[in-house]
Design a protein around this ligand. Structure first.
Ligand SMILES: Nc1ncnc2c1ncn2[C@@H]1O[C@H](COP(=O)(O)OP(=O)(O)O)[C@@H](O)[C@H]1O
Ligand SMILES: [Mg+2]
Length: 521
């Protein structure tokens, strides 16, 4: 526009003369110098040039980074090669004058007019405009090339950034990075989930104290300062209820150095190790039970013999007393009672010892393909006459769709279910609800689930780790041996299964036996 205005005001009296062409050249130079966009200035410039030379047409061919392009005086821009090449050939044209536009030996394009007036000779003007245009076009092309290069680099950098971002977002870890001012510089997507999740957009640039405001600021600061100061990795475990249930996280604070001048950032990684910890605990429990079992087996063997001796002595004393009584000795009934107590107690000891031996002796038991629902029904049938079961109802929720068989020993499964039911009865103190439930699991190694649910007193959290240990009991002496669950544990372990408990003190407990499918064994 400015070019047209310039030409219009200064060139009006020159229209139709070659001096007009000179004005166009000057105006073009000025215009391009202030705005090196050829697309904008070319049509106006060419139209003015065409008019000043009295030509029928003026065109500018450019061979730039985007390929060959043709600007016309009518404001058209052709970029498809065949059209541009056809116009260059200009078949049947009369008096076509064209000059190459060359800069430092490189041909940038060509400027041409068709049907120009012959007097004065238009060629010098075309040449001059070509010469004026050359550095400007070169500059514009260079700028366009640079711009394209910058854009390509920016795209590359952006792609690289997105790639690393994707990596840290795909990790099954919460990760964030703070700088020396405790400002958050990176925050992965995992940190956005959970009830205390904060979005990346919200977190980046804020201080860690603003974002993790639930954690004590002093503690947080000292943890970071420690890593900044020592340059060493710190690791610790932490419990969190952010996702609803209690989960254990292993937190690592890792120093990062952008330069040689010490730690510039600290990377914090939070890894959910709840399942791993559970597995480790189960493993330790198994190890401990095995060790106790071996120990107990040895001790029990030693105890069995003296017990047998005591029982035999008590029996022969009893016979002796009977003889003496028959011989008329004045014996009080006390003596017999005392012997009976000895006998009873010896038998109680023997039951415990047998129970322990049962638990600790490596057994090869006959296994068969069984349906867990059937075991439940059989157990309940056996129990229906048991005095303690008469008072309450045991409900069953047996999954009729459960078709998976387990490879197990019938008596042992009965024993497990019986032990769990007896514990449930103790827990509800003869007045509560007990449910036996079966259902299908999700995998072949966890194919069948058998649960005993009660709404009894529940188990304090501090005891939940101990109940499977032999001799752990909270029951009065004589009522509990503390062996029931440890025997269950041994049996289920022997069946490649798992036994676990969910319990809320005051609300009740669920004992869950998980067994593999028969073909999974
Ligand atoms: N269903 C239950 N509800 C509450 N506590 C239970 C339940 N089952 C087991 N317990 C706890 O676990 C302990 C150990 O159980 P167990 O090994 O069967 O031994 P015992 O029944 O002889 O005490 C019990 O003393 C009790 O404290
Ligand atoms: Mg018990």
């Amino acid at each position: 526009m400015a070019l047209g205005a310039t030409f219009g005001s200064t060139g009006r009296e020159h229209i139709g003369t070659a001096e007009g062409a000179l004005g166009v050249v000057t105006a073009a130079a000025l215009q391009l110098a202030s705005s090196p966009s050829l697309d904008e200035t070319a049509p106006t410039m060419l139209a003015a040039f065409r008019e000043s030379l009295g030509a029928s047409e003026a065109g500018l061919w450019l061979d730039g980074p985007q390929g060959l392009a043709l600007h016309t005086a009518d404001g058209d821009l052709f970029t498809d090669r065949p059209t541009v090449e056809a116009s260059l050939a200009a078949p049947g044209a009369t008096s076509v004058l064209a000059v190459p536009i060359v800069l430092a030996g490189r041909r940038l394009g060509a400027l041409a007019v068709r049907g120009a007036r012959a007097d004065p000779d238009p060629l010098p003007y075309i040449r001059t405009l070509g010469a004026v245009l050359a550095p400007l076009i070169g500059h514009a092309q260079h700028a366009a090339e640079l711009e394209a290069e910058v854009a390509a680099r920016a795209r590359e950098i952006d792609e690289a950034r997105r790639f690393t971002e994707k990596i840290i977002d795909s990790l099954p870890l919460g990760l964030y990075v703070v700088d020396r001012d405790f400002r958050i510089r990176a925050w992965n997507r995992k940190r956005e989930t959970g009830t205390q999740g904060v979005s990346r957009e919200e977190a980046i640039g804020r201080t860690i104290f603003e974002i993790l405001h639930r954690q004590p600021g002093d503690l947080l600061r000292s943890e970071f300062e420690e890593t900044f100061r020592t340059g060493r990795i710190q690791q610790f475990q932490m419990e969190s209820v952010a996702t609803g249930d209690t989960r254990t996280f292993r937190i690592s604070k890792i120093p990062m150095r952008l330069s040689d001048a010490g730690v510039t950032h600290v990377i914090t990684i939070g890894e959910d190790v709840t399942d791993w910890k559970e597995a480790e605990k189960r493993f330790m429990q198994g190890e401990k039970l095995a060790a106790i079992g071996q120990l107990a087996a040895g001790v029990m063997h030693e105890i069995n013999n003296p017990l047998a001796t005591i029982a035999a002595c008590a029996e022969s004393l009893q016979l002796k007393l009977d003889d003496l009584r028959q011989d008329g000795w004045p014996l009080t009934p006390d003596h017999s009672d005392l012997l009976r107590i000895i006998d009873n107690e010896v038998h109680r000891c023997k039951r415990i010892v047998d129970g322990l031996l049962d638990f600790s002796r490596p057994k090869t038991v006959a296994k068969e393909l069984l349906h867990v629902n059937e075991i439940v029904e059989q157990t309940l049938f056996l129990l229906q006459h048991h005095v303690r079961f008469k008072k309450l109802q045991v409900a069953t929720h047996l999954d009729p769709e459960l078709t998976t068989l387990v490879y197990a020993n019938r008596e042992q499964l009965l024993q497990v279910l019986l032990a769990l039911l007896l514990n449930a009865i103790d827990a509800v103190a003869d007045q509560g609800t007990i449910i036996v439930r079966t259902r299908a699991g999700r995998t072949a190694t966890e194919a069948v689930l058998l649960e005993v649910v009660d709404d009894g007193m529940g188990i304090p959290r501090s005891d939940q780790d101990k109940i499977f240990e032999p001799f752990f009991t909270t029951k009065a002496p004589g009522r509990g041996t503390g062996l029931g669950l440890s025997i269950c544990y041994g049996i289920i372990h022997d069946h490649q299964g798992r036994i676990e408990v969910d319990s809320t003190p005051g609300r009740g407990s669920t004992f869950r036996v998980i067994l593999p499918a028969s073909e999974g064994v």
